[in-house]
Design a protein around this ligand. Structure first.
Ligand code: GAP
Length: 565
């Protein structure tokens, strides 16, 4: 983190006024690295999967979050230290005191176990404390005066749900389809003490994939990942304190370990994506939620967890089958149906019973109630003695001679269904933290300690450095021309002519620049430059003309440095 601050990756926010916990600034290199990680995410979800990106406001009106359940239930358990008055997350304090399953305990249970735990701030034993719910949403007012309550969104997901009807039309009324969003989410975390891991403003990248509930085991591209194998920490293994089991996605679905092909597909895709940004496979695991950990709407959920030397296993992505919970909730709250018409391959003949009221007699006999009785009869279940209907809370018996029952066979073309939602939800800041932590390395160069950030070339903020050996004799002009050509190709090339060449290499190593081009006196004679590889520190000579093509291929990963040697 010291290096991240010093080199302009991550800064405390509004530092000159005293930083506020739970907020960070991405400095020039951090912002570039984050953008590259987001774009790799887009390569997978937008380009590969074909799920278009949308962009919704970060503030939404209250109705959205009443429907989603956030107003009533998006809360953490909190307590206050009686000694230092600090507000604390009750389950975190209990876990710090070695209590297991604290996150699933009720308030009273937690209160009892907290008595012997130490405050995370002042380290005094807490004693008697009350545990209460604290809603994590930031509340605000939309417009002047207190006209309309709004909330900063705690997840990007709701935007995709409330736009469902428009998305459905955009995708020409066909399932499956998906929409994605990358953007800021806000949670008023109780006591964020884990730097970039727990923020009050953070970036999520979420995909909401709408599928037919009967087709969750028919992902159209499942073959891509059917044989993809990885260790899975299933809920059964966790309950038995066992090890992760290595399974292919096909096996995991067939054995019922993962609920369906859709969830398995995104578990594997997430694994591939994490490797693409530079996460080491041995520090990545997929853990299934335990039954008492599952959100009330979820059918199955897997977390991608990344091992951090500072924080242990950190949940970084959640992949959930959210069933039809969200669409039903918004349909109920808004009064707008959120269904898809599924046309049958062939129209089906189905029996239908129609109850046809004798309007003339009913009208005269029941006068102002007649209209309501007509309507109620349509869904009544009559027998030989007539039909009972309820109008304004009153049960009215309608004799059989006041209506006719007609049994018919009708042709039905299809049915309205509520799609299920599969949701892979990524925390971009946690991915950035993991990339930074895993990239950090120390070794030796020229008999001295070298700090090197071993970023994958795909996420390194500066992709290539260009140095003239000396800033004279025309070497600087050649180097500037090379840098210009690289920049024209969309490659971030940093030109640097200050200081000894060794120090310039060290500086680029520290910010993780994977390659460096050096223009020397031989360049003028042979039209060649050296390309230096950050990790091996080896150098090869290549023709100046070939530099843009070679560096482009090295950065995108289609060429390995070893192939140049
Ligand atoms: N729509 C589902 C959802 O929001 P979540 O598990 O609450 O699920 C998804 O969040 C991801 O967002 C997490 O796995 C994590 O990476 C990230 N995230 C959640 N809260 C965060 C926080 N306070 N700071 C940083 N990242 C956070």
């Amino acid at each position: 983190m010291e290096l991240a601050r010093r080199r302009g990756f991550i800064w405390p926010t509004s530092e000159c006024y005293g930083a506020v916990a739970g907020f960070i600034d991405y400095g020039p290199l951090g912002a570039m690295m984050k953008r590259r990680i987001e774009n790799i995410w887009r390569d997978f979800y937008v380009i590969q999967e074909g799920y278009y990106e949308i962009e919704c406001p970060t503030i939404a009106q209250e109705a959205v979050f009443i429907a989603s359940g956030h107003v009533a239930g998006f809360a953490d358990k909190m307590c206050q230290c009686p000694h230092c008055r600090e507000y604390l997350r009750a389950d975190h304090v209990a876990e710090g005191g070695g209590i297991r399953n604290a996150s699933t305990m009720k308030n009273e249970e937690l209160s009892a176990v907290l008595a012997s735990c130490k405050c995370l701030a002042c380290e005094e034993v807490l004693g008697t404390v009350e545990v209460f719910q604290f809603n994590l949403m930031f509340r605000t007012m939309i417009g002047p005066g207190s006209q309309r309550t709004g909330y900063l969104r705690p997840e990007t997901a709701q935007g995709m749900f409330v736009d469902f009807a428009r998305l459905l039309r955009f995708y020409r009324d066909k399932l499956p389809f998906g929409a994605v969003q990358i953007g800021k989410s806000y949670r008023n975390e109780i006591s964020p003490r884990q730097g970039m891991i727990r923020l009050r403003e953070f970036t999520q990248a979420e995909a909401e994939i709408f599928v037919h509930p009967d087709e969750k085991n028919r992902h159209p591209s499942f073959r891509r990942y059917a044989e993809y194998r990885m260790p899975l920490l299933t809920s059964d293994q966790q309950l038995a304190c066992g090890e992760a089991v290595s399974l292919s996605m096909r096996e995991a679905v067939d054995k019922g370990v993962i609920a369906n092909e859709y969830v398995a597909y995104y578990v594997a895709l997430t694994h591939e994506l994490m490797i693409a940004i530079g996460i080491k496979p041995e520090r990545l695991r997929f853990r299934q939620h335990l039954p008492d950990e599952l959100a009330h709407y979820a059918n199955d959920c897997w977390d991608a967890e990344i091992f951090s030397q500072r924080f242990g296993w950190v949940e970084t992505v959640g992949i959930a089958d959210r069933t039809d919970y969200d669409l039903n909730a918004h349909a109920k709250q808004s009064g707008i149906p959120m269904t898809v018409f599924i046309q049958y391959k062939e129209p089906r003949k189905v029996p239908r019973r129609r109850i046809i009221p004798n309007m003339g007699v009913l009208g005269k006999q029941y006068r102002d109630k007649a209209k309501a009785i007509f309507a109620a009869l349509a869904t009544a279940t009559p027998d030989s003695s007539g039909a009972d209907v309820i109008v304004d809370g009153e049960t009215i018996h309608i004799p059989p001679d006041l209506f006719e029952i007609r049994d018919e066979i009708v042709e039905v073309r299809g049915e309205e269904i509520v799609p299920h939602v599969i949701e892979p939800s990524y925390g971009i800041d946690r991915m950035c933290y993991a990339v930074l932590e895993q990239a950090y390395d120390e070794d030796e160069a020229d008999g001295e300690k070298r700090i090197v950030m071993r970023f994958s070339p795909k996420v390194a903020p500066v992709q290539v450095a260009v140095f003239p050996l000396m800033s004279r004799d025309g070497l600087d002009t050649i180097a500037q021309e090379i840098a210009g050509k690289l920049q024209k190709k969309g490659i971030l090339a940093e030109y640097d002519d200050s200081g000894a060449i060794g120090r310039r290499y060290r500086r680029q190593d520290e910010i993780g620049t994977p390659f460096a081009i050096t223009v020397d006196y031989e360049t003028k004679e042979t039209q060649t430059v050296t390309v230096r590889d950050r990790d091996s520190m080896k150098q090869v000579r290549v023709f100046v003309q070939k530099v843009p093509e070679i560096v482009g291929a090295l950065v995108e990963g289609s060429l390995r440095f070893a192939e140049l040697e």
